[in-house]
Design a protein around this ligand. Structure first.
Ligand code: I3P
Length: 109
């Protein structure tokens, strides 16, 4: 699965709150491949080479959990992703269908 997602980093490893200046929303092309969610900047190109930055942004979905961000109302179609090492991301999907599709796919890898 791939698609457009906007990401906010809410917590770093061990659930430590991400500091100010690193909490802004950023747009990516997201690609779910195997147990990894790759986040690439720029226009979508199939089989685009992963840069060092792309690899840093990649998220392991092993023992990760996605859920609708019911308590976040500033933007629509936002879901949480909590990783095994207790990082927390917010992702905004383009619409409700895409949000649900990402949640389901992430939780069934
Ligand atoms: C953050 C940015 C986010 C905002 C966040 C800010 O600043 O403005 O959009 O989250 O607020 O800290 P920066 O880019 O300098 O990190 P919201 O869009 O959810 O308001 P927060 O610290 O309350 O999460």
């Amino acid at each position: 699965k791939n698609g457009f997602l906007v990401r906010k980093v809410h917590a770093d490893i061990d659930g430590k709150r991400t500091p100010r200046g690193k909490r802004g929303w950023k747009s990516f092309n997201a690609i779910l491949k195997g147990l990894v969610l790759y986040l690439q900047k720029g226009d979508y190109q199939p089989n685009k080479q992963l840069t060092d930055e792309d690899l840093k942004n990649a998220v392991s979905l092993h023992h990760a959990l996605a859920m609708k961000a019911a308590d976040y109302s500033k933007r629509p179609h936002v879901f949480y992703l909590r990783t095994a090492d207790w990082r927390v991301f917010l992702f905004q999907a383009p619409n409700a269908e895409q949000m649900q599709s990402w949640i389901t796919r992430i939780n069934t890898v």
